[in-house]
Design a protein around this ligand. Structure first.
Ligand code: NAI
Length: 462
């Protein structure tokens, strides 16, 4: 007799959301988590704490750069690092306690400890083995470093160490101009560090819309970050609490070094499945260490499912949440579906960057006939009033049917604005549908409407 209908392993956004949905649908559910607090990487050492530091450092930037022009005079605030870290910790605490409350509210048992699967239908936590009809693995991902680079979380840090440095460093070298590198790099640049980003590719955030990449890099440079592009880091040496980063320039194979007080390694993450016992169970894995699943998140072993960062697809909290809900609904006999064509991506720098659907480069490669509607935030009254005129909205639509195929935004509140386009895409909308929808004035969202208008007879304010 099984104790549980479902045991979810891992309490990140994928795991805890899945557990809640299971419980809502009447399944007796437990969640396994070995950390002291629930919420996984995202709440404890990822999305949430980084947003607190991004917010605080953005406020400082506003005070230093825009307050005087708005008639707000006086000394700009200085950084009390200890207090900023404590504000970040409070933010984490409120969120992780919130998840704990949700577990109790939904009568989900928290099995404290690291879980393993001795056999299908069994989950071991500590000395106890729990019986369950189904297991959902939501074990997430971990930092993947580079050969020749050892992370000590003091001088050479991952995102985890970068969120709890003892002080703001004088010089920080960031390896990798991806999402983590640019979000945390811009935090420390705004707090006064000299930040140099060393990136293997020729563009920041490889894979994103090219125009956005160019504008993004230019705006970050304006904020004081410097970039060494086309440079493959081959090693980091630490001596007397200082680091020397060695890289090779791809264009001529020449080698160079750069010194730093702190090096942030932001070169990607890999699935985390250590200690689960998957090999002994015969669970099929991909070459990249991901758990292989079918479209219903089933592994090749009956009764074992997997979702989120430890399976294929973008490593994003919201993708994991959607998979977690769909997996639960499938177990409860429903017929859920995750639309992988409409998963937004957001970078929470200032300005924010957001995208959904195809890039122009992808459409060209696919030989699709498309049109581009673009609108600059310089033409948006609200953005101008708020010193937020940098950036644009770009909508890509099918040339013949006008159906929206993708959108790319760099600008104020981009991470929120993208969602009206996501909803439109879910409904198979044409750009004209957005263009004919009344948007309140004055809001940033008018820039989205103007970009949609630009796919047709033209925007009004440019
Ligand atoms: P990433 O994959 O976004 O970027 C890694 C960068 O490192 C790439 O630009 C790559 O070309 C570069 N790189 C790799 N090897 C290098 C070398 N030897 N020398 C120089 N550059 C090198 O990875 P990142 O930023 O570490 O993020 C990891 C994951 O976490 C991503 O999947 C991301 O989506 C997710 N994440 C998402 C966030 C968000 O949605 N806002 C925030 C933070 C992380």
């Amino acid at each position: 007799m099984a104790n549980y209908d479902v045991i979810v392993i891992g309490s990140g956004p994928g795991g805890y959301v899945s557990a809640i949905r299971c419980a809502q649908l009447g399944l007796k559910t437990a969640i396994v988590e070995g950390r002291e607090t629930l919420g996984g990487t995202c709440l404890n050492v990822g999305c949430i704490p980084s947003k607190a530091l991004l917010h605080a450092s953005h406020m400082l930037h506003e005070a230093e750069h825009n307050f005087a022009a708005m008639g707000l005079k006086g000394k700009a605030p200085s950084v009390d690092w200890k207090q900023m870290i404590s504000y970040k910790e409070d933010t984490i605490g409120q969120n992780t306690k919130g998840v704990e409350f949700l577990m109790k509210k939904n009568k989900i048992d928290w099995l404290k400890g690291w879980g393993s699967i001795p056999a299908a239908g069994k989950v071991q936590v500590g000395d106890e083995v729990h019986e369950t009809k189904n297991i959902i693995i939501a074990s997430g991902s971990e930092v993947s470093s580079l050969p020749g680079v050892e992370i000590d979380e003091k001088v050479v840090v991952s995102s985890t160490g970068a969120l709890e440095l003892g002080k703001v460093p004088n010089k920080m070298v960031v390896i990798g101009a991806g999402v983590i590198g640019l979000e945390l790099g811009s935090v420390y640049a705004r707090l006064g560090a000299e930040v140099e980003v060393v990136e293997f590719a020729d563009t920041v955030t490889p894979g994103m819309d090219k125009e956005v990449q160019r504008t993004f890099k230019r705006l970050l440079e304006k904020q004081g970050l410097s970039f060494t592009m086309g440079a493959a880091v081959s090693g980091v040496e630490v001596k007397n609490k200082k680091a020397k980063v060695t890289y090779k320039l791809r264009k001529d194979d020449s080698e160079a070094t750069v010194d730093a007080d702190v090096v942030l390694v932001a070169t990607g993450r890999r699935p985390y499945t250590d200690g689960l016992g998957l090999e002994a169970l015969g669970v099929e894995m991909s070459e990249r260490g991901q758990i292989k699943t079918d479209a219903h998140y089933k592994t090749n072993v009956a009764g074992i499912y997997a979702i989120g960062d430890c399976i294929d697809g973008p490593m994003l909290a919201h993708k994991a949440e959607d998979e977690g809900m769909a997996c639960a609904e499938g177990l409860a006999g429903q017929k859920p579906h995750v639309n992988y064509d409409v998963i937004p991506g957001v970078i929470y720098t200032h300005p924010e960057v957001a995208n959904v659907g195809k890039t122009e480069e992808q459409l060209k490669e696919e030989g699709r006939a498309y049109k581009v509607g673009k609108f600059s935030f310089m033409g948006n009254g609200r953005a101008k009033a708020n010193f937020a005129g940098d950036g644009f909205v770009k909508i890509l639509a099918d040339k013949n049917t006008d159906r929206i195929l993708g959108a790319h935004i760099i600008g104020p509140a981009a991470g929120d604005l993208i969602h009206e386009i996501c909803v439109a895409m879910e409904f198979g909308a044409a750009a004209e549908d957005l263009a004919r929808t009344c948007h309140a004035h004055p809001t940033y969202s008018e820039a989205v409407r103007e970009a949609a208008l630009a796919c047709g007879d033209g925007p009004i304010h440019s």
